[in-house]
Design a protein around this ligand. Sequence first.
Ligand code: ADP
Ligand code: GLC
Length: 543
Amino acid sequence: MTLSLNVLFVASEAVPLAKTGGLGDMVGACASALRRAGMKVTVMLPGYPDAIAQLQHTHTVCEWTDLPGGRARLLSGRMGAQGIPVLLFDAPALFARPGNPYLDDHGEPYEDNALRFAAFSQAAARVAGGVPGVHRADIVQAHDWHAGLVPLFVKRAQVPVKTVFTVHNLAFQGNFPMHVVPDIGVPPDAAHEAEFWGQFSFLKAGLLWADRITTVSHAYAREILSEAAGCGMQDLLRARQQDLVAILNGIDNDVWNPSKDPLLPQPFVASNLSGKQTAKRVLQQRFGLPEDPKAPLLAVGSRLTHQKMADVTLQALPQLLESNPQLQVAVLGCGEHAYETGMAELAARYPRQVAAKIGYTEAYAHLLHAGADILLHGSRFEPCGLTPLYSMRYGTVPIASRVGGLMDTITDHGSPEAALHGATGFLFDGDTADAMVAAVERALHVFAQPQAWRILQYNGMTTDFGWSQPAREYIALYRNLVPAATPMPAVALAQTPAATDALHTPRPEQPVRTPARRRSTALSDEIRAHAVARAASAEKIRA
Ligand code: ADP
Ligand code: GLC
């Protein structure tokens, strides 16, 4: 009944081939979910050496000599357990560089980033139009500024394909001096239109020429229309509000699933957290913290950047550590040098309370989410924020800023919504250390009440953050753009109110929608009763 569409994802990252943050998680998991839902999704990435090395069933599709940046090949292959089709743009002069996709050895953006990602985007536009051995796409979904020129190149080449541009983070804009324009294949009139404060902006190009713009949470979609969060693009976004659609990210329930996670010492489920206690012990061992099952163990696990309020976290923690001598803090992350040093210094100052691993591995990230009690996740802005979703899935209660996707996904303990849906965490306003300290103190107060804490954990673990619903919403959006396609069965649409919304054109109410991910009240009540009972018996056993 469902007619499959050919969807080409164009991005600079996708797990498992390339990841520096949530973008890679989202692209890989969303592609996988859409394929499960019947779409023919292919992911196109730059040919980083690591990605080429990991590609399975590799073969060369074609070669190009006329793209900016020199000779290039298009490689085809598969990735991951699901065997997702992948195309790699193998342009050695641009991408045969080990390490970070965007930064050189000194942590500086590569000088030729405009050329690298323009050539990549131009190649993607050609692929969208069909190259020998690769079907023409019905939809091209370009992610973030690195693929921002795809809609422009598609339009200029008159490729009969619809384009979606997904904003994962409006703060990263790909703005370059105007003098790069003649070298990157962008026509002067288009460069003029995509000019942003005297620079040429890849992000602005994406926002201008895509048929639809999506972003990754409802609250962020509202926020970016304002001066405060619009990063200078708010007027353009307002002008395109009819085409702006919010689809909340999901998480990959196969990768982030405590009941079958091979990276954990012992699996666990919402109704039995003994494996979580084991994970806590192992986490304490690996991080060199005292093995204490009762000590509240707070995790900081994100990029150490200004966006993630690493500066505020560094101000807040000493106060919290002094007033809560039992508190333990495990830091996993890397980012700006000053914050990395700050975390290392904190660990040196409080060796029995703080441990910092500067760097990132998936294995440690999974152990951190499983073994910690609390995740501290400040954000000055947060388009979606996958990390707290992972933590909730693993029974680690998030304390986060009341911004963007964090608002859509975390129900604050003590809020009116908590009475309806059940609380899953703690939210705080602003970016002061005082506000962060107060939120952590609030959480510690509840942590000291095992039954109440157990309910928070249970609520988070049993909320459906999976990709099924967002995948339906993307499919509804695609079908809206390619109306010739057979509509989905009415029953499927009826089950997805948000997806049905996306079919209405125009959508004057867009992007204001209610958060998508909620447990039903009935289920929540049942869970609560169950959790209370279990927590009570667990307490008896411990006593
Ligand atoms: P963002 O993409 O803004 O960093 P998200 O919370 O959406 O935020 O996604 C973060 C993802 O990146 C998670 O999978 C997390 O485990 C991972 N991550 C966190 N810190 C790092 C790091 N220093 N390097 C690479 N990945 C990281
Ligand atoms: C970006 C955002 C983050 C989001 C991720 C995936 O990196 O900063 O909030 O979760 O993209 O969409």
